[in-house]
Ligand binder design. Structure first.
Ligand SMILES: *C/C=C(C)/C=C/C=C(C)/C=C/C1=C(C)CCCC1(C)C
Length: 253
C-alpha cells in the first residue's frame, strides 16, 4: 500500500459508494420487474436480483476495508497497517460469475438437450479463471502477476468462446427484435468481461503504484456495474421482448 492524496482516496471511496447505490437500485428494479415478464423468464430476473444483492453486500465490506486501510495524517491518506482486503472482490466473483451465466442460460430458455452440461462446463471454467487470477492479484511482482493472469485467461477465453458460439447459434431462431437484443448482450458480455483482465494488467505497465491502486479499484467497480446491473437490465429487456413475442406477458390491470 502507498500514500494517497485526498483526490485519489476520495475517487475510490466515491466509486465504491456509487457502486453500492447502483447495485441496490438494480436489486429493487429486478425484483419488481419480475411480475412484468412471462412466468418462464422470472427465474432469470430473480437470479439478476441475487447477483446485485451479493455485490451490494460485498461493496459495503470493500468500502469498510478501504476506510480501515488508511489514516488521514496532515492531509495525506497514509496506510494504517490494516490490509485492504481484495478477497471480498474475488469471493464476490466466485459467487456472482456462475450466477450471471445462470441468468443468461435461463433467459435463453434453451431446450433441455442444449442446456445439458452447458452450465457445468462454464461454471468450472469460471471457477478456474477466478482462482487462478487471485494469486496474481495479490502479487506486486510483475512476472508473477503475468503468469497467473495468463493461466486465468485460458478458461476466460473458453467461456467467451462457448457463450459467443451458443448465443450465436440461438439467435436466428429468435423474433427479430430479440435478435437485436441478443447481439447487443453478446457485445456487452465481451466488452465488460474483457475490461477485467485489462484492469488487472494496469499495474504491469510501470505506472506509479498509487495510480495503479486507484485505477484498478475504479476499473473493477465500473466493470461490476456494467457486468451486473446493466447486464441485468438487458436480461430484463430480453425477457420482456420474448414474453411479448410468445404471448406470455402478464395481463395489464
Ligand atoms: C461480476 C463480476 C464479473 C463478471 C467478473 C468477471 C471477471 C473476469 C472476467 C476476470 C478475469 C481475469 C482474467 C481473464 C485474467 C486476470 C485475472 C482476472 C481474474 C481479472
Amino acid at each position: 500500500m502507498t500514500n494517497l492524496n485526498s483526490v485519489q482516496y476520495m475517487l475510490v471511496y466515491n466509486m465504491f459508494s456509487l457502486t453500492i447505490a447502483a447495485m441496490f437500485a438494480a436489486f429493487i428494479f429486478f425484483i419488481v420487474g419480475r411480475s412484468q415478464v412471462g412466468e418462464k423468464y422470472r427465474p432469470a430476473l430473480l437470479v439478476s436480483g441475487l447477483v446485485v444483492a451479493i455485490a451490494c453486500y460485498h461493496y459495503f465490506r470493500i468500502l469498510n476495508s478501504w476506510e480501515g486501510a488508511f489514516t488521514l495524517i496532515n492531509g495525506q491518506y497514509v496506510p494504517s497497517g490494516k490490509p485492504f482486503n481484495d478477497a471480498y472482490r474475488y469471493v464476490d466473483w466466485l459467487l456472482t460469475v456462475p450466477l450471471l451465466l445462470v441468468e443468461l442460460i435461463a433467459v435463453l430458455a434453451l431446450p433441455k438437450k442444449d442446456r445439458e452440461g452447458l452450465f457445468g462446463k462454464l461454471a468450472l471454467a469460471a471457477f478456474l479463471m477466478i482462482a487462478l487470477g487471485y494469486p496474481g492479484e495479490l502479487s506486486t511482482d510483475t512476472t508473477t502477476r503475468a503468469i497467473w493472469g495468463t493461466l486465468s485467461s485460458i478458461p476466460f477465453v473458453y467461456i467467451l468462446y462457448v457463450l459467443w458460439a451458443k448465443l450465436g447459434s440461438t439467435i436466428p431462431s429468435q423474433p427479430p427484435y430479440v435478435q437485436t437484443l441478443m447481439k447487443n448482450i453478446r457485445l456487452l458480455l465481451l466488452f465488460t468481461w474483457g475490461f477485467y483482465p485489462i484492469t488487472y494488467m494496469l499495474p504491469m505497465f510501470g505506472i506509479a503504484p498509487e495510480t495503479s491502486l486507484v485505477s484498478v479499484q475504479v476499473g473493477y467497480a465500473v466493470a461490476d456495474i456494467l457486468a451486473k446491473a446493466f447486464y441485468g437490465i438487458m436480461i430484463y429487456w430480453i425477457a420482456y421482448a420474448k414474453s411479448e413475442a410468445d404471448g406470455s406477458l402478464p395481463a395489464k390491470h
